[in-house]
Write a protein that binds this ligand. Structure first.
Ligand SMILES: Cc1cc2nc3c(=O)[nH]c(=O)nc-3n(C[C@H](O)[C@H](O)[C@H](O)COP(=O)(O)OP(=O)(O)OC[C@H]3O[C@@H](n4cnc5c(N)ncnc54)[C@H](O)[C@@H]3O)c2cc1C
Length: 285
């Protein structure tokens, strides 16, 4: 029995491949076969290849791009997609274990489908180091499948420090109050050589770009120190902080969940506390 795997560079695809082997003999379609990235073109190619191979299942890594292509494939085939799985077993129905709520919940589910479509949550399944699967060919995409494609890349304006790689992050929430209010957050971040982060309340208000958002639907961060200013600590925000070594919370509400989960807390108005910290750092330099 054949299974089809959408492969992209990196470990998450090799991990998806490991799980795919449980369903049959893997064949692969390379994501870079379509440059620039065009999710519909890849979904169309996967649909054609899956039919041709009579694939028992289709797998991809649960990356942003893997999930996007597989969601479009599911819509084309009118079949269910199980996204962000950490385990899967073939059968009728197939069974899967999925990460939900940013990893705070595991869901056991049965997948009633003639062709299970599954993405594998990155870094949850060890790769077996098996040989790369034979590749299927990719015919040139049609114009209609190229309607959605990457047209350019914009560098984040994060002072040159990437959020995902930052050792220190100064992050602001709704408590910062306004777009202009972030001047004190940026100032402290500059002094510490830190990246600026924020909560979704902030990106939803248009105060910062989505590339600054930390959390379940933003960036998952793993700094040495995360300084959260005026952020309540909703589950979806905390889901992005699991890798943070130390959390400092500044909040006027001592009972805010982030204050209860932080290593160090400062209770009070961030508009006084953040500039006071910055002034103290300047004084000591
Ligand atoms: C599907 C889904 C996905 C989501 N994904 C994300 C995500 O990726 N990231 C994310 O952040 N959220 C996410 N959210 C939203 C999340 O549920 C919260 O709504 C959001 O995190 C709240 O942002 P906040 O803490 O800035 O705002 P609030 O919850 O309003 O908290 C503001 C905090 O500021 C404090 N404060 C107010 N004024 C001051 C002051 N002057 N000085 C000090 N403290 C002050 C308050 O005491 C309060 O604790 C998601 C929600 C859903 C449903």
């Amino acid at each position: 029995m054949n299974v089809l795997v959408l492969m992209e560079p990196g470990d998450p695809s090799r991990q998806a491949l490991t799980l795919a082997r449980k369903f049959g003999e893997p064949r692969s379609l390379q994501m870079q076969a379509v440059e620039p990235f065009a999710p519909d073109a890849l979904a169309a190619a996967l649909a054609r290849a899956a039919d041709k191979l009579d694939a028992a299942a289709v797998f991809a890594a649960g990356t942003d791009r893997g999930n996007e292509v597989m969601a479009r494939l599911a819509a084309r085939l009118d079949l269910p997609l199980a996204a962000n799985c950490i385990a899967a077993a073939p059968g009728n129905p197939a069974t899967v274990t999925r990460l939900r709520w940013g990893g705070s919940l595991l869901e056991e589910a049965r997948l009633h489908s003639p062709r299970p479509l599954i993405t594998v949550a990155p870094h949850t399944v060890p790769a077996d180091g098996g040989p790369p699967p034979p590749e299927v060919s990719m015919p040139p995409p049609s114009d209609s499948d190229l309607v959605v494609s990457v047209s350019g890349h914009v560098q984040p304006t994060n002072g040159g420090v990437s959020l995902a790689a930052a050792k220190v992050i100064v992050s602001g929430g709704r408590g910062v109050g306004s777009k202009e209010g972030f001047a004190i957050i940026e100032d402290l971040a500059d002094l510490l050589g830190a990246a600026v982060g924020c909560s979704r309340a902030v990106t939803s208000a248009g105060w910062r770009p989505h590339s600054d958002q930390v959390g379940q639907t933003g960036t998952k961060v793993s700094p040495e120190v995360y300084i959260a200013c005026g952020i309540s600590g909703a589950t979806q925000h905390m889901a992005g902080l699991k890798g943070a070594k130390r959390i400092v919370a500044i909040n006027s509400d001592p009972q805010a969940p982030l204050m209860l989960n932080a290593d160090y807390t400062v209770t009070g108005d961030l508009k006084e506390i953040v500039p006071a910290i910055a002034a103290e750092i300047r004084k000591r330099r």
